[in-house]
Write a protein that binds this ligand. Sequence first.
Ligand SMILES: C[S@@+](CC[C@H](N)C(=O)[O-])C[C@H]1O[C@@H](n2cnc3c(N)ncnc32)[C@H](O)[C@@H]1O
Ligand SMILES: Nc1nc2[nH]cc(C(=O)O)c2c(=O)[nH]1
Ligand code: SF4
Ligand SMILES: [Mg+2]
Length: 224
Amino acid sequence: MINYNVNELFETIQGEGQYTGTPSLFLRLQGCPVGCSWCDTKQTWETDKADETDLQTILIKPADSPTWTALTADQILGIFKNQGYTAKHVVITGGEPCMFDLVPLCELLHNHGYSTQIETSGTFVIKAPETTWVTVSPKINMKGGYEVLASCMARANEIKHPVAREVHVEELEALLAKSPINKNAFVYLQPISQKPSATQLAIDTCIKKNWRLSIQVHKYIGIS
Ligand SMILES: C[S@@+](CC[C@H](N)C(=O)[O-])C[C@H]1O[C@@H](n2cnc3c(N)ncnc32)[C@H](O)[C@@H]1O
Ligand SMILES: Nc1nc2[nH]cc(C(=O)O)c2c(=O)[nH]1
Ligand code: SF4
Ligand SMILES: [Mg+2]
Protein backbone atom coordinates (compact mmCIF):
# COMPACT_ATOMS: atom_id res chain seq x y z
CA MET A 1 0.00 0.00 0.00
CA ILE A 2 1.32 3.44 -0.94
CA ASN A 3 2.15 5.96 1.76
CA TYR A 4 1.72 9.59 0.78
CA ASN A 5 3.88 12.00 2.78
CA VAL A 6 1.51 14.84 3.67
CA ASN A 7 2.80 18.30 4.62
CA GLU A 8 -0.63 19.96 4.81
CA LEU A 9 -4.27 19.09 4.35
CA PHE A 10 -6.84 21.89 4.45
CA GLU A 11 -10.00 23.27 2.89
CA THR A 12 -9.78 26.55 1.00
CA ILE A 13 -10.62 28.21 -2.33
CA GLN A 14 -8.46 27.29 -5.33
CA GLY A 15 -6.56 30.50 -6.07
CA GLU A 16 -4.84 29.63 -9.35
CA GLY A 17 -5.65 28.61 -12.91
CA GLN A 18 -8.87 27.36 -14.47
CA TYR A 19 -10.44 26.22 -11.17
CA THR A 20 -9.89 29.59 -9.45
CA GLY A 21 -12.76 30.23 -7.06
CA THR A 22 -13.59 26.56 -6.53
CA PRO A 23 -13.85 25.36 -2.92
CA SER A 24 -11.14 22.72 -2.69
CA LEU A 25 -9.47 20.25 -0.39
CA PHE A 26 -5.73 20.83 -0.64
CA LEU A 27 -3.34 17.97 -0.10
CA ARG A 28 0.26 19.19 -0.07
CA LEU A 29 2.77 16.35 -0.42
CA GLN A 30 6.27 16.54 1.01
CA GLY A 31 9.40 16.44 -1.16
CA CYS A 32 10.67 18.26 -4.24
CA PRO A 33 14.16 18.07 -5.76
CA VAL A 34 13.64 20.75 -8.43
CA GLY A 35 14.85 23.82 -6.53
CA CYS A 36 13.12 26.83 -8.17
CA SER A 37 14.73 29.95 -6.67
CA TRP A 38 11.36 31.73 -6.32
CA CYS A 39 9.42 28.74 -4.94
CA ASP A 40 6.79 29.77 -2.38
CA THR A 41 6.73 26.35 -0.68
CA LYS A 42 10.39 25.71 0.13
CA GLN A 43 9.32 24.05 3.39
CA THR A 44 8.25 21.03 1.30
CA TRP A 45 11.60 20.39 -0.38
CA GLU A 46 13.26 17.99 2.09
CA THR A 47 11.69 14.87 3.55
CA ASP A 48 13.58 14.67 6.81
CA LYS A 49 12.77 11.75 9.12
CA ALA A 50 13.24 14.12 12.06
CA ASP A 51 10.28 16.17 10.76
CA GLU A 52 7.86 13.22 10.72
CA THR A 53 4.88 13.93 12.97
CA ASP A 54 1.30 12.84 13.64
CA LEU A 55 -1.91 13.64 11.81
CA GLN A 56 -3.28 16.04 14.43
CA THR A 57 -0.16 18.23 14.16
CA ILE A 58 -0.59 18.35 10.38
CA LEU A 59 -4.30 19.20 10.59
CA ILE A 60 -3.78 22.19 12.89
CA LYS A 61 -0.56 23.50 11.35
CA PRO A 62 -0.56 27.26 12.11
CA ALA A 63 2.20 28.26 9.65
CA ASP A 64 4.41 26.81 6.92
CA SER A 65 6.73 24.14 8.30
CA PRO A 66 8.61 21.08 6.98
CA THR A 67 6.70 18.62 9.18
CA TRP A 68 4.89 15.76 7.44
CA THR A 69 2.98 12.57 8.16
CA ALA A 70 2.60 9.38 6.11
CA LEU A 71 -0.99 8.55 5.14
CA THR A 72 -2.59 5.91 2.91
CA ALA A 73 -5.27 6.76 0.34
CA ASP A 74 -7.93 5.26 2.64
CA GLN A 75 -6.75 7.41 5.54
CA ILE A 76 -6.84 10.55 3.37
CA LEU A 77 -10.38 9.74 2.22
CA GLY A 78 -11.38 9.10 5.84
CA ILE A 79 -10.09 12.52 6.88
CA PHE A 80 -11.90 14.25 4.00
CA LYS A 81 -15.13 12.57 5.07
CA ASN A 82 -14.75 13.08 8.82
CA GLN A 83 -13.55 16.68 9.00
CA GLY A 84 -16.90 18.18 8.00
CA TYR A 85 -15.49 19.55 4.74
CA THR A 86 -17.97 20.44 2.00
CA ALA A 87 -15.59 20.85 -0.96
CA LYS A 88 -15.71 18.05 -3.51
CA HIS A 89 -12.68 19.12 -5.56
CA VAL A 90 -9.29 17.86 -4.38
CA VAL A 91 -6.07 19.65 -5.36
CA ILE A 92 -2.93 17.56 -4.92
CA THR A 93 0.12 19.79 -4.82
CA GLY A 94 3.44 19.97 -3.05
CA GLY A 95 6.30 19.78 -3.14
CA GLU A 96 6.23 17.66 -6.25
CA PRO A 97 3.19 15.36 -6.06
CA CYS A 98 4.25 13.32 -9.10
CA MET A 99 7.06 11.80 -7.07
CA PHE A 100 4.17 9.61 -5.84
CA ASP A 101 1.91 7.24 -7.79
CA LEU A 102 -1.36 9.19 -7.60
CA VAL A 103 -3.51 6.60 -9.42
CA PRO A 104 -4.81 4.70 -6.36
CA LEU A 105 -5.51 7.92 -4.44
CA CYS A 106 -7.31 9.69 -7.30
CA GLU A 107 -9.31 6.58 -8.24
CA LEU A 108 -10.48 6.15 -4.65
CA LEU A 109 -11.46 9.83 -4.48
CA HIS A 110 -13.31 9.63 -7.83
CA ASN A 111 -15.21 6.56 -6.59
CA HIS A 112 -16.39 8.63 -3.62
CA GLY A 113 -17.64 11.58 -5.67
CA TYR A 114 -14.60 13.87 -5.61
CA SER A 115 -12.94 15.45 -8.64
CA THR A 116 -9.16 15.66 -8.58
CA GLN A 117 -6.51 18.07 -9.85
CA ILE A 118 -2.75 17.86 -9.63
CA GLU A 119 -0.25 20.70 -9.70
CA THR A 120 3.02 19.44 -11.15
CA SER A 121 6.33 20.71 -12.46
CA GLY A 122 6.63 18.33 -15.44
CA THR A 123 9.83 16.83 -14.07
CA PHE A 124 8.31 13.45 -13.10
CA VAL A 125 6.10 11.04 -15.07
CA ILE A 126 2.45 11.81 -14.24
CA LYS A 127 0.78 8.79 -12.69
CA ALA A 128 -2.88 9.80 -12.44
CA PRO A 129 -6.19 8.72 -14.03
CA GLU A 130 -7.33 10.22 -17.36
CA THR A 131 -10.06 12.21 -15.65
CA THR A 132 -7.73 13.98 -13.23
CA TRP A 133 -7.27 17.63 -14.19
CA VAL A 134 -3.54 18.15 -14.72
CA THR A 135 -1.90 21.54 -14.26
CA VAL A 136 1.66 21.56 -15.55
CA SER A 137 3.90 24.41 -14.50
CA PRO A 138 6.88 23.45 -16.64
CA LYS A 139 10.24 23.80 -14.96
CA ILE A 140 12.33 24.54 -18.02
CA ASN A 141 16.07 23.76 -17.85
CA MET A 142 15.61 22.22 -14.42
CA LYS A 143 16.35 18.63 -13.35
CA GLY A 144 14.07 16.02 -14.90
CA GLY A 145 14.85 15.61 -18.58
CA TYR A 146 13.09 16.69 -21.75
CA GLU A 147 11.23 13.46 -22.54
CA VAL A 148 9.36 13.55 -19.27
CA LEU A 149 8.57 17.23 -19.69
CA ALA A 150 7.26 16.68 -23.25
CA SER A 151 4.95 13.87 -22.11
CA CYS A 152 3.66 16.05 -19.25
CA MET A 153 3.03 18.95 -21.66
CA ALA A 154 1.00 16.64 -23.93
CA ARG A 155 -1.05 15.37 -20.95
CA ALA A 156 -1.74 18.80 -19.43
CA ASN A 157 -5.24 20.28 -19.22
CA GLU A 158 -3.62 23.60 -18.43
CA ILE A 159 -0.10 25.00 -18.60
CA LYS A 160 0.57 27.56 -15.88
CA HIS A 161 3.85 29.38 -16.21
CA PRO A 162 5.22 31.71 -13.53
CA VAL A 163 6.83 34.82 -15.02
CA ALA A 164 8.79 37.78 -13.70
CA ARG A 165 10.95 38.70 -16.67
CA GLU A 166 10.75 38.58 -20.47
CA VAL A 167 13.11 35.57 -20.52
CA HIS A 168 10.42 33.49 -18.78
CA VAL A 169 7.98 34.26 -21.60
CA GLU A 170 10.61 33.40 -24.20
CA GLU A 171 11.40 30.06 -22.61
CA LEU A 172 7.72 29.14 -22.58
CA GLU A 173 7.37 30.10 -26.25
CA ALA A 174 10.40 27.95 -27.10
CA LEU A 175 8.99 25.01 -25.15
CA LEU A 176 5.54 25.29 -26.78
CA ALA A 177 7.19 25.43 -30.22
CA LYS A 178 8.85 22.03 -29.74
CA SER A 179 6.44 20.37 -27.38
CA PRO A 180 2.82 19.94 -28.55
CA ILE A 181 0.01 20.47 -26.06
CA ASN A 182 -3.59 19.26 -26.18
CA LYS A 183 -5.72 21.46 -28.46
CA ASN A 184 -8.15 22.07 -25.59
CA ALA A 185 -5.45 22.94 -23.05
CA PHE A 186 -5.31 26.45 -21.58
CA VAL A 187 -2.12 28.46 -21.30
CA TYR A 188 -1.83 30.68 -18.21
CA LEU A 189 0.84 33.12 -17.11
CA GLN A 190 1.18 33.61 -13.35
CA PRO A 191 3.12 36.58 -11.96
CA ILE A 192 5.87 35.49 -9.59
CA SER A 193 5.34 36.66 -6.01
CA GLN A 194 2.77 39.41 -6.75
CA LYS A 195 5.50 41.75 -8.03
CA PRO A 196 3.86 44.68 -9.90
CA SER A 197 6.36 44.43 -12.78
CA ALA A 198 5.71 40.69 -13.06
CA THR A 199 1.96 41.28 -13.04
CA GLN A 200 2.26 43.93 -15.76
CA LEU A 201 4.39 41.62 -17.90
CA ALA A 202 1.83 38.83 -17.50
CA ILE A 203 -1.08 41.16 -18.40
CA ASP A 204 0.65 42.54 -21.50
CA THR A 205 1.79 39.13 -22.71
CA CYS A 206 -1.60 37.47 -22.16
CA ILE A 207 -3.28 40.15 -24.27
CA LYS A 208 -0.64 39.91 -26.98
CA LYS A 209 -0.69 36.08 -27.15
CA ASN A 210 -4.35 35.43 -26.23
CA TRP A 211 -3.21 33.46 -23.18
CA ARG A 212 -4.90 33.63 -19.78
CA LEU A 213 -3.88 35.39 -16.59
CA SER A 214 -3.61 33.47 -13.32
CA ILE A 215 -3.06 35.66 -10.31
CA GLN A 216 -2.61 33.90 -6.99
CA VAL A 217 -5.95 35.12 -5.63
CA HIS A 218 -5.44 33.51 -2.20
CA LYS A 219 -2.41 35.72 -1.57
CA TYR A 220 -4.36 38.91 -2.35
CA ILE A 221 -7.23 37.99 -0.04
CA GLY A 222 -5.02 36.53 2.70
CA ILE A 223 -6.24 32.95 2.82
CA SER A 224 -4.17 29.78 2.65
C1 LIG B 1 4.40 25.32 -5.14
S1 LIG B 1 4.11 24.55 -6.68
C2 LIG B 1 3.84 22.84 -6.20
C3 LIG B 1 3.53 21.93 -7.36
C4 LIG B 1 4.68 21.62 -8.32
N1 LIG B 1 5.92 21.40 -7.66
C5 LIG B 1 4.81 22.72 -9.35
O1 LIG B 1 5.81 23.42 -9.34
O2 LIG B 1 3.87 22.85 -10.15
C6 LIG B 1 2.45 25.11 -7.12
C7 LIG B 1 2.37 26.21 -8.12
O3 LIG B 1 2.90 27.41 -7.56
C8 LIG B 1 3.72 28.04 -8.50
N2 LIG B 1 4.61 28.92 -7.77
C9 LIG B 1 5.56 28.56 -6.85
N3 LIG B 1 6.14 29.65 -6.30
C10 LIG B 1 5.56 30.73 -6.89
C11 LIG B 1 5.72 32.14 -6.73
N4 LIG B 1 6.61 32.65 -5.90
N5 LIG B 1 4.94 32.95 -7.49
C12 LIG B 1 4.03 32.43 -8.36
N6 LIG B 1 3.83 31.12 -8.54
C13 LIG B 1 4.57 30.27 -7.81
C14 LIG B 1 4.37 26.86 -9.22
O4 LIG B 1 4.95 27.20 -10.46
C15 LIG B 1 3.17 25.96 -9.41
O5 LIG B 1 2.39 26.38 -10.50
N1 LIG C 1 -5.68 28.83 -2.20
C1 LIG C 1 -4.63 28.24 -2.77
N2 LIG C 1 -4.65 27.96 -4.09
C2 LIG C 1 -3.56 27.33 -4.62
N3 LIG C 1 -3.40 26.90 -5.89
C3 LIG C 1 -2.21 26.27 -5.99
C4 LIG C 1 -1.58 26.30 -4.74
C5 LIG C 1 -0.31 25.57 -4.48
O1 LIG C 1 0.40 25.90 -3.55
O2 LIG C 1 -0.03 24.62 -5.24
C6 LIG C 1 -2.44 26.98 -3.86
C7 LIG C 1 -2.42 27.32 -2.47
O3 LIG C 1 -1.46 27.11 -1.71
N4 LIG C 1 -3.54 27.93 -1.99
S1 SF4 D 1 8.93 22.43 -8.70
FE1 SF4 D 1 7.25 23.37 -7.54
S2 SF4 D 1 7.59 22.83 -5.36
FE2 SF4 D 1 9.46 22.30 -6.50
S3 SF4 D 1 10.78 24.08 -6.19
FE3 SF4 D 1 9.67 24.43 -8.12
S4 SF4 D 1 7.78 25.55 -7.57
FE4 SF4 D 1 8.67 24.72 -5.66
MG1 LIG E 1 0.82 27.89 -2.94
